[in-house]
Design a protein around this ligand. Structure first.
Ligand code: XLS
Ligand code: CA
Ligand code: CA
Length: 438
């Protein structure tokens, strides 16, 4: 396993003082935190598309990185070289999961039957590669946004024929996910939305998306898929308005259509900020609804209004993320680095630097979140903040038996309300800083 990255050693934990660029400074997979190994808290995954396919092309310029892996692009040899390179990459970093779209794995043919044949061939090859390693699939998905047929959406398309192609791709991607032992199946509604209401029947489109999801659940369960289906909310891009705007919207949607037993959320940090929320907000909303399934670990740039998919470096946000994850009892999914190197970071070394940065950032986040939990002051504060509901009138309200008249009588007897108590935000922020920076 030293063919594609011969100059990069297996990356090991060396501690915070290490100056070795190919070592972890915080990610120590065997270290036990809150009774669990770091690698169990943090099941990291490689995103096939960013790491093995994307080579730096943007709206203004072509590829800067060479992702040919010694083969001619657009061929099955290239598809296999990507598998080989991907496994060498994951093994050198100790990453145990990968995520994929169907068309990340093979070049798409004009005829879907040929694409499916290629997918069978490549998944046999991946299965062989998985043998004797700990590497497995975290989640699979179908790319229902790149091909021009999906210009008006997949589940939300106006074309019944295109809808059938979406169904066919989901069917195949579910089969691949099951074959590769995937824990989850993602719906990211790339083009499920609209540009203008002048040409859009929103109700029709949303109902059709739900129908497609129901078919996916019923087919998935029939072929032995026991994992979770995920919706990955995102407010915009590529569409002006996307139906899965944020976690609250997506949760409302799955509940409305009776999909909530089978679906959870896959929360991406960059999508949260595009929706005008913090990453922590999206995690909390999912968790309190019992729907925090998996995470796309990246970060955006708040000065830019688009999806930059950067490797996470922000320890504060990673800490708040891990604080939510620990409180939620962990993830059933994992942490997929849906992240790409900046266009000017085009070498193979940079591919490793991106993952080392991301893994160390989340390891630090975990260490610091555990410290916040152990410190206990935040939790105590929140508990105390609501303690008036332990009073007689408070308990009455919580029991659900109180009437508006009773509460009104109570207020009138009191005549005037006391202020509810300080929110102490600055004090709490200083506690977080002291835990982070000691
Ligand atoms: C795009 C999404 C996409 C999903 C999978 O913004 O993040 O990559 O994670 O289709
Ligand atoms: Ca994503
Ligand atoms: Ca993204």
């Amino acid at each position: 396993m030293n063919t594609y990255f011969p100059d990069i050693p297996t990356v090991k934990y060396e501690g915070k003082d290490s100056k070795n660029p190919f070592a972890f400074r915080y990610y120590d997979p065997e270290r036990v935190i809150l009774g669990k190994k770091m690698k169990e808290h943090l099941p990291f995954a490689m995103a096939w598309w960013h790491n093995l396919c994307a080579a730096g092309t943007d709206m203004f310029g072509r590829d800067t990185a060479d992702k040919s892996f010694g083969a001619e692009k657009g061929t099955m040899e290239h598809a296999k070289a990507k598998v080989d390179a991907g496994f060498e990459f994951m093994q050198k970093l100790g990453i145990e999961y990968f995520c994929f779209h169907d068309v990340d794995l093979v070049p798409e043919a004009d005829d879907i039957n040929e694409t499916n044949r290629r997918l069978d061939e490549i998944s046999d090859y991946i299965l062989e590669k998985m043998n004797g390693t700990n590497i497995k699939c975290l989640w699979g998905t179908a790319n229902m946004f790149s091909n021009p047929r999906f210009m008006n959406g997949a589940g939300s398309t106006n074309s019944a024929e295109v809808y059938c192609f979406a169904a066919a791709q989901i069917k195949k991607a579910l089969e691949l996910t099951v074959k590769l032992g995937g824990k989850g199946y993602v719906f990211w509604g790339g083009r499920e939305g609209y540009e203008t209401l002048l040409n859009t029947d929103v109700k029709f489109e949303q109902e059709n998306i739900a129908r497609l999801m129901k078919m996916a659940v019923s087919y998935g369960r029939s072929i032995g898929f026991e994992g979770d289906f995920y919706i990955e909310p995102k407010p915009k891009e590529p569409m002006k308005h996307q139906y899965d705007f944020d976690a609250a919207t997506a949760i409302g949607f799955v509940k409305q259509y009776g999909l909530d037993k089978d679906f959870k959320m896959n929360i991406e940090a960059n999508h949260a900020t595009l929706a005008g929320h913090t990453f922590q907000h999206e995690l909390r909303i999912s968790a309190i609804n019992g729907m925090l399934g998996s995470i796309d670990a990246n970060q955006g740039d708040l000065l830019l209004g688009w999806d930059t998919d950067e490797f996470p470096s922000d320890v504060y946000n990673a800490t708040m993320c891990m604080y939510e994850v620990i409180k939620a009892g962990g993830l059933t999914g994992g942490f997929n680095f849906d992240a790409k190197n900046r266009r000017a970071s085009y070498t193979t070394e940079d591919m490793f630097h991106g993952f080392i940065l991301g893994m160390d950032t989340f390891a630090l986040g975990l260490i610091k979140a555990a410290k916040i939990m152990e410190d206990g002051r935040l939790d105590e504060f929140v508990k105390a903040k609501y303690s008036s509901f332990d009073s007689e009138i408070g308990r009455k309200i919580l029991s659900g038996d109180a009437t508006l008249e009773e509460l009104s009588d109570y207020a009138c007897t009191m005549k005037k309300a006391e202020l509810p108590g300080s929110g102490r935000q600055e004090y709490l922020e200083s506690i977080v800083n002291s835990v982070l920076f000691g």
